[in-house]
Design a protein around this ligand. Structure first.
Ligand code: GLU
Length: 430
């Protein structure tokens, strides 16, 4: 084991998440003795769309971006999943993230299938006006397969409520009627839900708290490291601190900050919010130390929350991780081989499809409110989120214990079984 832990193979680092997701599905299918036909259906996304997105850039030249929308499964309801803007976006990543959305919606039992989309671009190098034009053209190009009963996008990496507002407006203008319920994660003025922006991070914090409780550990003073300080990591870090944890390390693309006595997460979040396009590297250390993302992952903490991008925990660092509990705020942050190492080392991993499901849970609550044109107080949203996360964790925990499997396998088994049941009950059209 030690030897495999030494070096991550090249394919592991560059290898795509889609092969990880397929291998996971194959393993779960075998354990569940899944019908081979249903297994074959789940190995292939239902529908994939690749679009060319020409954008008039601010200097007058035309740039052509590539965008995707993949619908993995609609067996349990309309497809649901985020839109990502990132230089690494590609079709296989969208496939993988779409399948993870199918499992995620099933594991928390909200009535959606799974989808994902994105545009290969670097939004950090684009102006707001360029991002707006990119969003509108991309939305127009994928609109034939969108709809509140078909496929409902939401924010993901580098997209936000403003991007959702542009998407909702574009669909509404082209339809000639208001269709704001075609996306979730919108600004509250446009029919967004109170509590949606914080929902993924809040869900992660709830899962950390509940899991510690199940392990018989106190939350007060628990040392936490959070990788990624975007919408998920920053909220999770802030709420964990409010719950009594000591957040000793955080990071973003520019690197990380470590402070043994705990960082002032709220002050850092405030600084980044009030200084647009600034990064953690711009923030004064206040007696802490600058660390790399790699150092953050292996720092001396009790709980590690990877809330950045996929494949961060690999064979080259899994053996050095000191946390006893990992709660996956990001989608697919752990490679398969790294996952085996963590299991062998007795580290508990709450998998992405459960740990970061808070976002899609409140997306569901937003969609319900939009369809009714009746909006709830934030407290009601948070209470429902809390109840759904607690129930889902309990179900996955009990199932995994009963089957003597790690939480990731248990969560996937539960999810795949639910999707398979839906397919079986519907029957195969025609
Ligand atoms: N992008 C988020 C995720 O990966 C939210 C998806 C949604 O709300 O539809 O879960």
């Amino acid at each position: 084991m030690e030897q495999t832990a030494q070096i991550a193979t090249k394919t592991e680092i560059t290898g795509d998440l889609w092969s990880t997701v397929l291998a996971q599905l194959d393993e779960v299918a075998e354990r569940l003795q899944l019908d081979p036909g249903i297994h074959a259906m789940l190995r292939q996304p239902e529908r994939e769309l690749t679009v060319a997105v020409p954008v008039m850039m601010d200097d007058g030249h035309i740039e052509v971006f590539t965008g995707y929308r993949v619908q993995h499964s609609s067996a349990r309801g309309p497809c649901k999943g985020g839109i990502r803007y990132h230089p690494e976006v590609n079709l296989n990543e969208a496939r993988a993230l779409a399948a993870l959305m199918t499992w995620k919606c099933a594991v928390v039992n909200v009535p959606f299938g799974g989808a994902k989309g994105g545009v290969t671009c670097n939004p950090r190098q684009m102006s707001e006006a360029e991002i707006c034009r990119l969003t509108r053209r991309y939305t127009a190009m994928i609109m034939p397969i969108l709809g509140p009963r078909r496929d409902i996008p939401a924010p993901d990496v580098n997209t936000n409520p403003q991007v959702m507002a542009w998407m909702a407006d574009t669909v509404s203008m082209l339809e000639g009627s208001s269709v704001i319920e075609v996306v979730t994660g919108k600004p509250v003025v446009l029919g967004g839900s109170l509590g949606r922006k914080e929902a993924t991070g809040r869900g992660v914090a709830i899962v950390v708290r509940e899991t510690l409780q199940r392990l018989g550990r106190r939350i007060e003073g628990t040392r936490v490291a959070v990788q990624g300080f975007g919408n998920v990591g920053s909220v999770a870090a802030r709420l964990l601190q409010e719950m009594g944890c000591r957040v000793v390390a955080i990071s973003d693309v520019s690197g990380g900050l470590y402070r043994e006595q705990g960082l002032d997460v709220a002050a850092i979040a405030h600084y980044l919010e009030t200084h647009p396009r600034s990064l953690l590297a711009d923030y004064p250390t206040h007696g802490g130390a600058r660390i790399s993302n790699e150092e953050l992952l292996t720092s001396d903490v009790d709980v590690l929350v990877p809330a950045a991008l996929e494949h961060q925990i690999r064979t080259d660092n899994a053996a050095a991780i000191q946390a006893r509990l990992i709660v996956e705020g990001a989608n697919g942050p752990t490679t398969r081989r790294a996952d085996d190492i963590l299991n062998e080392r007795g580290i508990i991993v709450v998998p992405d499809i459960l740990a970061n499901a808070g976002g899609v849970v409140v997306s569901y609550l937003e969609w319900v409110q939009d369809l009714q044109r009746f909006f709830w107080e934030e407290e009601e949203v948070n209470t429902r989120l809390e109840a759904i996360m607690q129930r889902s964790l309990r179900e996955v925990w009990d199932f995994s214990q009963a089957h003597q499997v790690p939480l990731r396998i248990g969560a996937h088994m539960l999810a795949v079984r639910r999707v398979a049941e839906a397919i079986q009950t519907r029957g195969i059209f025609p």
